[in-house]
Design a protein. Structure first.
Lengths: 250, 342
């Protein structure tokens, strides 16, 4: 996960202007520039920290020392990802706000914000937060779809990173449709997610959506896939899903 | 902002031939081609010091690790090189050479930040032109303009006759700023220092093409290739730039002859086979074109262009189904290469 996150972050450092596929800026003009070598090194420490804990520590020091760094957005993304890995959701949300102030189209922050809203919905204003989450996911999808391989980036790494982020955005939309009981739409979103980046979580959600649309065989297949892909928490839930699907009610 | 022209797209395609391992590998003097080392004679190993550190270096266990390094570099075993460098820094913490190889190992694995740290540590112990150039490369990869030029200036001061310094500076201007005239001036300086610097010659030709000086570019490349009897493996790169240029200039039979020659020199190169396929298609030799393009697709299954041309040939032969399959494959690979396949 850390490697994928790093790859994503590194790739985004070199993303060209994306007003249209045929119009790009020479890369040298869009890459953030460090003012001092110490600043660049401090940013590197954030990007390549060995654990989420050390990322948080390095990022905190980096932000305190270089508050006006052109790399700030990317340092905050690394910190936000580390915060999510450590389930420090409030910190992650706070960092997502900072990132979106710096760049309202940052796909990682948009998707993370939406995921947080789904995982911890605010007590009131149901329609509002759902609209915000959906807008975030759709903006991230739009942004991601028009991005090509950034300069100096391995295209395979980039494709994998992009697919993973697209899948997360589709998963968010699927979960929102599930909440709104629009199960057919949820199936489409989860199918898109598993096609882009098969994961236990996405297959489990797809299984639940199939279940709601009475596609029991498909639901069983998806749950079995989730069981095998894991991680263990997902496998446990998939096992319960399979048992429920095999029960007489179905 | 600027609009990507067709000409520029072609240039980019040609550029990709050199981008990546070969391009940066040559910085280390890796033996990708017979002349790469002589063309780009950056010291690939820090020179021995005449100080107390010699005693450390003469330690048998350290000599054993050091003796492994050329093999690791030649085989591009960068992770192992990183380990060897780390071990050397542990055994000889006051010597620069461990940091040097650690830095190279990191750099070749794409870990530019770590490479910078290791190389700067080595430079604190001993100043070295090669390390400054490697640092410049790392800053190049991170797109750090100021630090890149600082390193280039230092390297230039230390080794004024080193063509690699001028080549790297030209490459930076070519790739990150599209400043073709300025880049050409640096490539010319590299060639003044060493007329056998193949990559400087190739990039100078690409600059000339970008400045609409195609005829001069062709002459420059032909001068580099020399007579067929004297051509070596290094000529392949020159021929790879020359063939599409000659096709654009309408010199199709010259292009076909050069492409055939390149394929004789490097039959296992997918890009060379692709060049031959294109040239053969233009001189309407379908049999050679088909064979070369199929070989190219087989050698590098991720290469989109052979499939496009195969599609056109199949279509011309009336094989609609085969053409459709090849064009679909081309589209798929092209989108994957651009990272837009979702």
């Amino acid at each position: 996960v850390a490697q994928t996150n790093r790859a994503a972050l590194f790739a985004f450092l070199f993303i060209c202007s994306v007003a249209a596929q045929t119009i790009v800026q020479p890369s040298g003009k869009t890459v953030p520039q460090a003012r001092t070598r110490e600043e660049l090194d401090a940013f590197g420490m954030v990007l390549y920290a060995a654990s989420p804990q050390s990322t948080l520590k390095a990022a905190e020091q980096y932000r305190a020392r270089f508050p006006n760094s052109e790399f700030l957005e990317y340092g905050c993304v690394a910190e936000m990802q580390a915060a999510m890995d450590l389930s420090k959701v409030e910190l992650a949300d706070e960092l997502a706000s900072i990132i979106l102030k710096l760049n309202p189209n940052n796909p990682e922050a948009l998707i993370t914000r939406a995921e947080i809203l789904i995982a911890r919905p605010p007590g009131s204003g149901r329609t509002t937060w759902m609209n915000v989450a959906a807008d975030n996911a759709r903006t991230a999808l739009d942004r991601l779809h028009i991005l090509s391989v950034p300069p100096f980036t391995n295209s395979d790494v980039w494709v994998e990173t992009k697919r993973s982020m697209l899948a997360r955005a589709h998963r968010v939309l699927g979960q929102l449709f599930m909440t709104k009981r629009q199960y057919g739409d949820a199936v489409s979103e989860f199918e898109a997610a598993v096609t882009l980046a098969p994961s236990g979580k996405a297959f489990l959600l797809l299984s639940q959506a199939y279940g709601k649309t009475n596609q029991t065989n498909d639901a069983l297949t998806a749950a079995t896939k989730a069981l095998s892909l894991g991680p263990s928490a997902v496998s446990d839930m998939a096992a319960r899903e399979i048992a429920a699907l095999k029960s007489p009610r179905f | 902002m600027w609009i990507r022209s067709t000409k520029r797209s072609r240039l980019s395609t040609i550029l990709r031939i050199f981008h990546g391992s070969v391009l940066f590998g040559v910085l280390l003097g890796l033996p990708y081609t017979a002349s790469a080392q002589s063309a780009f004679s950056i010291p690939s190993q820090p020179a021995a010091r005449t100080s107390d550190h010699d005693s450390c270096r003469s330690n048998p266990s350290i000599s054993a690790i050091e003796s492994q390094i050329p093999r690791l570099v030649n085989l591009s075993q960068w992770r192992d090189l990183e380990k060897a460098g780390a071990e050397l820094t542990r055994l000889c913490p006051d010597s620069d050479f461990g940091y040097h190889w650690l830095g190279v190992g990191y750099l070749r694995q794409g870990r530019s930040f770590a490479a910078i740290r290791a190389l700067e540590e080595g430079l604190r112990l001993r100043d070295d032109t090669g390390a400054h150039l490697l640092l410049a490369e790392a800053y190049f990869k991170l797109g750090q303009n100021q630090f890149f030029w600082e390193e280039i200036e230092t390297a230039k001061r230390m080794a004024r006759e080193e063509p690699g310094v001028y080549y790297l500076a030209g490459l930076y201007l070519f790739q990150t700023e599209d400043a073709y005239e300025k880049a050409a001036a640096w490539f010319r300086l590299a060639l003044q220092k060493n007329s056998g610097h193949v990559l400087a010659r190739c990039y100078l030709a690409l600059c000339l093409r970008a400045m609409q000086q195609d005829t001069q570019a062709a002459s420059l490349l032909l001068e580099g290739v020399g007579p067929e009897t004297q051509a070596g493996a290094e000529s392949v790169m020159l021929l790879q730039v020359l063939v599409p240029l000659e096709l654009d200039l309408g010199r199709t039979s010259d292009a076909f002859a050069h492409a055939t020659f390149a394929a004789r020199l490097a039959p296992g190169s997918a890009k060379v086979q692709l060049g031959l396929g294109k040239a053969a298609w233009r001189v309407q030799d379908q049999a050679i074109a088909l064979h070369a393009l199929e070989t190219a697709a087989e050698l590098d299954p991720r290469l989109p262009d052979p499939h496009y041309l195969l599609g056109r040939i199949y279509a011309a032969q009336g094989d609609g189904r085969g053409a459709a399959e090849e064009l679909a494959r081309f589209k798929e690979l092209k989108e994957r290469a651009r990272g837009t396949d979702q």
